[in-house]
Design a protein. Structure first.
Length: 258
């Protein structure tokens, strides 16, 4: 049985981490499913990508048995293995449509890196987020320190990375690091409800907005304003703006084409 799969749900793609026996530990199949979904999301009919799990735990990160087996590899080979994870993180960040993580149980290590790379994180109210690397004598990868620096205060990022203690989903939401907490067992349904809203929106504008938000953290204000100017100039003459403006002025719901 495959450890992961990508399912076509019409206007959205759902990646299922099916490695329940290992609490959703990362696998080549999961990497492939995410990369496939992010590539297929370039199709105009796809409005969102969801990442879910089976077995009650989103992702426990790297399999320590596999990591132990790699101890004798040279540093160059180890870099290549880590780049496999980084390719997945980059694919999520560069995906043209919003990516939603439905986190049941928790996300640990590189599983936390995976979750925080997504545009929206919906977590069960009892879920825990753990940068567990330090407990295994390891250091964060998968862009985790970058994500934490953008999402949480420095004191919390330091606490998570240096102490490796679990942080409650409710605390992560309180600092704005995740989108929403919901009762346990309802994260996937909530993710689909969010995808319903996203998939009714203007696809081209959403893609441009995702790019602008991504570049805003590392771009000087003057350059970012230029990025906004160029994106707005493209948007104003488009069919989505024509429909959105007309609907607003006519006081009716929008009907964006997909």
């Amino acid at each position: 049985m495959s450890l992961a799969r990508a399912e076509d749900h019409g206007d959205r793609l759902v990646v299922v981490n099916a490695n329940a026996k290992s609490r959703g530990a990362l696998s080549p199949e999961l990497y492939e499913a995410i990369l496939d979904a992010c590539t297929r999301a370039r199709d105009a009919c796809v409005g969102a990508v969801l990442i879910t799990s089976e077995g009650g735990f989103f992702c426990a990160g790297g399999d320590l048995n596999i990591l132990r087996s790699r101890r004798d590899l040279c540093e160059a080979e180890l870099r290549e293995r880590i780049e496999d994870l980084h390719d997945v993180i980059r694919a999520i960040r560069e995906c043209p449509v919003p990516v939603i993580a439905a986190v049941e149980g928790g996300a640990a290590g590189a599983g936390l890196s995976l979750a925080l790379a997504c545009d929206f994180v919906i977590a069960g109210e009892n879920a825990r987020f753990t940068a567990a690397y330090v407990k295994a004598g390891l250091v964060p990868d998968g862009g985790l320190t970058s994500s934490l620096a953008r999402l949480v205060p420095r004191a919390l990022a330091t606490e998570m990375c240096l102490l490796g203690q679990a942080v409650a989903a409710t605390r992560m939401q309180s600092v704005g690091a995740i989108y929403r907490t919901v009762p346990d067992g309802q994260t996937e349904a909530e993710a689909h409800a969010l995808a319903d809203v996203i998939c009714m929106g203007p696809a081209a504008a959403q893609t441009e907005i995702k790019k602008l938000v991504a570049t805003a953290y590392d771009t000087q204000e003057a350059a970012q304003m230029n990025n906004e100017r160029d994106a707005m100039a493209r948007a104003i003459g488009g069919s989505e703006a024509a429909e959105g403006i007309a609907a607003f002025l006519e006081k009716r719901p929008t009907r964006f084409a997909r």
